[in-house]
Ligand binder design. Sequence first.
Ligand SMILES: Nc1ncnc2c1ncn2[C@@H]1O[C@H](COP(=O)(O)OP(=O)(O)OP(=O)(O)O)[C@@H](O)[C@H]1O
Ligand SMILES: O=P(O)(O)O[C@@H]1[C@H](O)[C@H](O)[C@@H](OP(=O)(O)O)[C@H](OP(=O)(O)O)[C@H]1O
Length: 419
Amino acid sequence: MTKTPDTPAPCAGMGDVHHSHPEEPMEQLSRRARVAVPELVVTCECDQSPREPCSGSHQPDEESICSDSGLSGSPASSLALRKLSNSSSTGLSPASSFEECEEDLMGYSDYNQSPGEPLTADLWKKSKNMVNWSPTPVAVKKRSPWVQVVGHAGNFQMGSDGRLLKKFCECEQQCFLQLMSDSLHPFVPGYYGVTQRDEQDYNLMDDLLADFDSPCIMDCKMGSRTYLEEELEKARECPQPRRDMYLKMIAVDPNAPTADERARQAVLKTRYMQWRETLSSTATLGFRIEGIKKSDGTCNTNFKRTKYKDEVIQTLEDFVDSNMLILRSYQQRLKELRGVLEKSDFFKAHEVVGSSLLFVHDLTGKAGIWMIDFGKTVPLPPPLTLDHRSPWVEGNREDGYLWGLDNFIDILTNILPEK
Ligand SMILES: Nc1ncnc2c1ncn2[C@@H]1O[C@H](COP(=O)(O)OP(=O)(O)OP(=O)(O)O)[C@@H](O)[C@H]1O
Ligand SMILES: O=P(O)(O)O[C@@H]1[C@H](O)[C@H](O)[C@@H](OP(=O)(O)O)[C@H](OP(=O)(O)O)[C@H]1O
């Protein structure tokens, strides 16, 4: 179980999911998997300098909030890629102890933008040089404590008035700016520019939990591939075997490492990510459940082996406590999202990797789904576009996002009684 040492209990991986399937034979797996797993060939010495964008980016001591191995981190050479800082590794979930405070906003502007209105790319261009602008004080809304289900610890802080601060990542910022004026706008948190706290830059966005009462939350990582093509290239040019990932691997399956990996006691990140993909439903269904937090405060991130449709169905039914009305709302929202994704200019022109759908509902019956985490969503070189359904072959940059969404919708349709 990975937790920051000072993270309080509610998100502490309880309630294991039972997996009744035996391991699937390898040859059957590779027939079903739509991802051709490329080999990694070492070609030259490493350039240790940090590079954009924000992939593979975390401090060895910055651990996932609720992941279940207790081990996480990156090699020192990839530290700067997501512009993380050592200075602010506040304990996270739940965030009820965070002070409500105002931010020093760098992203707001008075160019015809009302306070509270999300920022668009144009407004950002005009306002990016403004610093320490104080917004007009607004009434602070009382809300449930924010909870982080999965992801890197130390990445988030609570802001004021239903907003959330996520450690600055330029790649994510660029996505948010474009998304604010894309048709996908209603399916992503509102973005409000860059803010600083304790000399650390943060992207400021809507807290999607703010309007819910004791919400149930599920994080699903979308797509059939969880690392960027450029991560694969880097791993070939500059292999950096990771002991933390080796340890996470053997914690789940002591037989998973190859003899060579065992000798080194380390694995490459891309190899670890590929292994995670085939162990879970990423490779076979194009999405995987990462974590669930229920309204009673229990949080389960033990889904690394949740792979088969019936396991996913069981998990979804448990997530909604068999409430078919909530499932129907989710199905409807996913269908709407699919319709918008199929037309979105932003989506066409980006490789969307490692991004999640955040499902949120509460006892009042309110339910919503939003796209989050654009740290590894990168623009394609024009005129290349993706259909997000074709199988990935290295070089085509397909991410399987819509294929995963199709499968998710089909699964919900199978669970739901016909109208
Ligand atoms: N806008 C938001 N509103 C509410 N909760 C959020 C929001 N964004 C993220 N979260 C919470 O934080 C968790 C992690 O988010 P995110 O994936 O963006 O972080 P990350 O550290 O980049 O993750 P990863 O390890 O996948 O790179 C989510 O599972 C969710 O619980
Ligand atoms: O879920 P797990 O098994 O704990 O593995 C982590 C997960 O795949 C994250 O998505 C990934 O971050 P990115 O998506 O940002 O690459 C992180 O890499 P990292 O340790 O290099 O941050 C992995 O350790």
